[in-house]
Design a binder for this molecule. Structure first.
Ligand code: NAP
Ligand code: ZN
Length: 412
C-alpha cells in the first residue's frame, strides 16, 4: 500500500517549517524517518485530503468513543494494549464490532518502519484484514443493518472524484485513505486499524461477507486475498495457463488457491522445503525449492504468469528467466530495497515486469463472492491479541501456516 504524493512532492525535513502542522507538540522534524518529518507527513496528507475528499468533517463537531486496541509507539517497541478514539458513526458510517483481524506482513513492515517511502506515524494501530458484525449504522446507510456481517480491507476512503475512483480503482486514487497510518480527516492525526475491538467506516468502503465462510479464515481475504486475486484477473490467469507463485506465505498461499480455482497449472517456488506437502495440498501441481538451481532451470522459458509475493530481498531475475515469450511477472511483495533487473532478460523475450497494489472496492467484493462460491478462505492460526508479538516474531521468520488471525473475543 502506498501513499501517492500527487503532483506536489512531499515535504522533507528542510521544508517542515512551511507546513502548517496539526500537532501542537511538534518540534520541527523531531523524528525525520527516512529524511521526512512524520508530522509534516501527516499534515501534508491531511491538507491534501481535506481539500479533496467528499467527506470533510470538522473534528471539533464529532462525538467520539473509546475503543480497545493494540498499538506500537516506536519501531523498536512491542505492540501493547491501549485505548483509541473512534468517531461515533455519522450518517453514512457503519460501526463494526471486529471479530477477527489478520496479520499481514505489511503490518510488520509498517510497525517496524521498514518502508522508507511510507514513514510510520506513532502510535500506530495496524490491521487491515477486518471481519466483524455491524453494531450501528448512520441514518443514510442503506446496505447494512445492525447484526450483519461486514468486512473492511486496506482502504477506508478516497476522493471519489478522480478518474481512478470513477473507474472503481480506488487503490490508485491519489487521495485514498488507508485503514491505518493515513490522515484521519475526521478526528485528526492518523487512522487506526483493525487490532481493535471496533471500527467506524464509511459505508462505501464496507464489504459484505458470504455467510458460508469461516470468519477467522475470511479476514485475510481483505488484503492477502484481493492482492493476489486482482493481478491474476488482470493478467488473465485461467485454464491452460502455467502460473508460478513465489513465496508461500499469507499472500502466496492465497495465490495458490486462486490460481488453482481459476484452472491454471500452478507451480510454487519456496525457500522452505518443509512447506512442500502443504503447497500440494493447497492446490499446487508442482513445487520447486527455489534455492536449487537445477530444479529452477527445468522450468526455464515456460511460465505465462508469475506472482512474486516475497517479503524480503531476493533475486527476481531468476524468475524472469522462467517466463515464456510475452510472459509477465507481477510483484506484490514489498521489501524496501529496490530489485536489480536484467534488461536483456526482459527484452529478448518481450517479457514484462509489473507490480500491483491491493484492489478496488468492487473487485474486493467480487473476490469475496468468488470465495463464497468456491468456499475459499485462508489457512489460519487463530491467536488471542495477547500473543501478537510472538506472532510477529514468527512472521519475520516465515514461520506461519499461513496467516495469523487475531480473535478479538480475547479483548473481553
Ligand atoms: P509472509 O506471510 O511473511 O510471506 C512471505 C513469504 O516470503 C515467506 O513465507 C517466504 O516464503 C518468503 N520469504 C521470506 N523471506 C524470504 C527470503 N529472504 N528469500 C526468499 N523468500 C523469502 O508475508 P505476506 O503477508 O504474504 O506479504 C508478502 C509481501 O507482500 C510483504 O512484503 C507485504 O508487505 C507485501 N504486500 C503487498 C501488498 C500489495 O498491495 N502489493 C499487499 C499485502 C502485502 P517461503 O518460505 O515459501 O520461501
Ligand atoms: Zn496487507
Amino acid at each position: 500500500m502506498f501513499f501517492d504524493f500527487g503532483s506536489r512532492s512531499a515535504p522533507d525535513e528542510s521544508e517542515c517549517e512551511f507546513v502548517s502542522c496539526r500537532d501542537s507538540n511538534m518540534k520541527i522534524c523531531e523524528s525525520g524517518v527516512a529524511g521526512r518529518c512524520r508530522n509534516a507527513f501527516i499534515s501534508y496528507h491531511t491538507e491534501t485530503v481535506m481539500s479533496t475528499t467528499t467527506t470533510q468533517v470538522s473534528s471539533k463537531s464529532l462525538s467520539q468513543y473509546k475503543a480497545k486496541a493494540y498499538s506500537v509507539t516506536s519501531a523498536e517497541s512491542p505492540l501493547a494494549p491501549t485505548t483509541i478514539p473512534r468517531r461515533d458513526p455519522g450518517e453514512r458510517d457503519v460501526q463494526i464490532e471486529i471479530l477477527f483481524c489478520g496479520i499481514c506482513h505489511s503490518d510488520l513492515h509498517q510497525v517496524r518502519s521498514e518502508w522508507s517511502a511510507i514513514p510510520t506515524v506513532y502510535p500506530c494501530v495496524p490491521g487491515h484484514e477486518i471481519v466483524g458484525r455491524v453494531t450501528k449504522v448512520g441514518s443514510a446507510v442503506t446496505k447494512f443493518k445492525p447484526g450483519d456481517l461486514a468486512a473492511v480491507g486496506c482502504l477506508v476512503d478516497s476522493d471519489g472524484n478522480c478518474p481512478q475512483c470513477k473507474a472503481g480503482l480506488q487503490q490508485f486514487c491519489p487521495h485514498m485513505i488507508l485503514t491505518y497510518n493515513s490522515p484521519d480527516v475526521h478526528l485528526g492525526g492518523v487512522t487506526y486499524g483493525g487490532y481493535s475491538d471496533s471500527i467506524v467506516v464509511k459505508e462505501d468502503f464496507v464489504l459484505r461477507v458470504p455467510s458460508n465462510l469461516n470468519l477467522a479464515g475470511a479476514a485475510p481475504l481483505l488484503c492477502a486475498g484481493i492482492t493476489t486475486y486482482s493481478p491474476m484477473r488482470h493478467w488473465g490467469v485461467t485454464k491452460g495457463k502455467k502460473v508460478g507463485v513465489v513465496g508461500l506465505g499469507g499472500l502466496g498461499h492465497m495465490a495458490v488457491k486462486f490460481a488453482d480455482a481459476l484452472g491454471a497449472h500452478v507451480v510454487v517456488f519456496t525457500t522452505s522445503p518443509k512447506k512442500k506437502e502443504d503447497a500440494l495440498r493447497l492446490g499446487a501441481d508442482e513445487v520447486v525449492i527455489s534455492r536449487n538451481a537445477d530444479e529452477m532451470n527445468k522450468h526455464a522459458d515456460s511460465f505465462d504468469f508469475i506472482l512474486d509475493a516475497v517479503a524480503a530481498e531476493h533475486d527476481i531475475n531468476a524468475y524472469i528467466e522462467l517466463l515464456s515469450r510475452d510472459g509477465n511477472i507481477t510483484i506484490v511483495g514489498l521489501p524496501d530495497k529496490p530489485h536489480a533487473v536484467s534488461a536483456s532478460s526482459l527484452i529478448f523475450k518481450r517479457r514484462s515486469l509489473s507490480g500491483s497494489p491491493i484492489g478496488g472496492i468492487a473487485e474486493t467484493q467480487e473476490m469475496l463472492d468468488f470465495c463464497g462460491k468456491h468456499n475459499i478462505t485462508a489457512d489460519v492460526e487463530v491467536i488471542p491479541i495477547q500473543r501478537v508479538n510472538e506472532a510477529y516474531d514468527r512472521l519475520s521468520r516465515a514461520d506461519v501456516k499461513y496467516r495469523f488471525s487475531i480473535d478479538m473475543a480475547s479483548f473481553k
